[in-house]
Design a protein around this ligand. Structure first.
Ligand code: PHE
Length: 339
């Protein structure tokens, strides 16, 4: 092909583009000339057969042709094929924008993230453990004897004699202490499982957030209370604090149940707190010396506290959700309410 022939082809192609009737015709011409298998890329590929001396002039002419074809196509208005922007007939700047569905975080995720932020300010880091646990981590090391009802087949999902779905996030305490020397200061959010029949306040699959602080300096119940009081206020708002009621857990001594001031009536008594002014939210206590022995810590050298919250419980009181099942149904109307 000579340079003159090339110029002819170019003139013809530009004429074609100028004469194209609609967007589809322009697109067809784009494919014909500059598409992957179009005639211009074919010419560029064929450059190697052009005599050495003519190559620079020929190359320049082809590039110029390509640029002009592209400019002409842009000019005709199909420069942006994906969006259709620039399709002159279609462009209407007065049309309303396209609606885009914005997602939002699930209430349980929000509570977990907010908890991590609050305890993060107090120096706690987040660690996680597996949902499939062994008997030692979930029970034995937590000072829970084999005859304890929680080990029963009717309470716990067992796979075999040793392997189970964790019934609490407390085994993460064990894993953390076995892998680290004191001091440790962690919270452990995660999924937990119990053989509960589902109703408005129970689910066989729920979430907890464990907390553990162990130090070689003396740690007291007062430390625990101040940290939980800070958490209560940050999570539920001013005027919300905590109270402790004596309780029993095999892995803490002493053990307490933790109540928040009812955030609705601020303690005066209302329907939400069944007129008591308080809402139960967590179990807690000072780590039992036997737990320290199981993980290889010297109970004479260390002390610490642990606590465990129900995430659903916090979400339900914080957002006023009356039925735990709403948290798992993924009904977009419900999720949007909180967005
Ligand atoms: N694991 C306990 C439960 O599931 C809660 C708890 C955690 C209690 C840590 C004391 C210390 O009920």
């Amino acid at each position: 092909m000579t340079l003159a022939e090339l110029e002819e082809l170019k003139a013809a192609s530009l004429k074609e583009i100028a004469a194209a009737a609609d967007a589809a015709a322009i697109e067809a011409l784009r494919v014909k000339y500059v598409g992957r298998n179009g005639s211009i890329p074919a010419l560029i590929k064929g450059m190697k057969d052009v005599p050495q001396a003519e190559r620079p002039a020929f190359g320049k002419a082809i590039q110029a042709w390509k640029a002009e074809v592209e400019a002409a196509i842009r000019e005709r208005g199909t420069g942006n094929r994906e969006s259709g922007i620039g399709d002159r007939e279609e462009l209407d700047l007065t049309k309303p924008g396209r609606w885009m569905a914005l997602g939002s975080k699930h209430p349980l995720t929000r509570v977990i993230e907010e908890t991590a932020r609050i305890f993060g300010r107090l120096g706690f880091t987040v660690v996680e453990g597996p949902e499939l646990e062994n008997r030692f981590n979930n029970f034995t090391a937590l000072n829970t004897p084999p005859h304890h009802p929680s080990q029963d087949r009717t309470d716990t999902f067992w796979f075999n004699d040793d392997c189970l779905l964790r019934t609490q996030t407390s085994p993460v305490q064990i894993r953390t202490m076995m892998a680290n020397k004191p001091p440790v200061r962690v919270i452990c959010p995660g999924r937990t499982f119990r053989r509960d029949t589902t109703d408005a306040t129970h689910s066989a699959n729920f979430h907890q957030i464990e907390g553990l602080y162990v130090d070689t300096k003396p740690v007291s119940l007062a430390d625990l209370k101040s940290v939980l009081a800070y958490f209560a206020k940050e999570m539920m708002g001013d005027g919300v604090t905590v109270r402790f009621r004596p309780h029993f857990f095999p892995f803490t001594e002493p053990s307490v149940e933790v109540d928040f001031t009812c955030h609705v009536c601020k303690g005066k008594g209302c329907r939400v707190c069944k007129d008591s002014g308080w809402i139960e939210v967590a179990g807690a206590g000072m780590v039992d010396p036997r737990v320290f022995q199981h993980v290889g810590y010297d109970p004479a050298q260390v002390s610490g506290y642990a606590f465990g919250f129900g995430v659903e419980r916090i979400a339900m009181i914080k957002y006023g959700i009356p039925d735990i099942r709403w948290l798992y149904e993924n009904d977009v109307r419900f999720l949007k309410e909180l967005a």
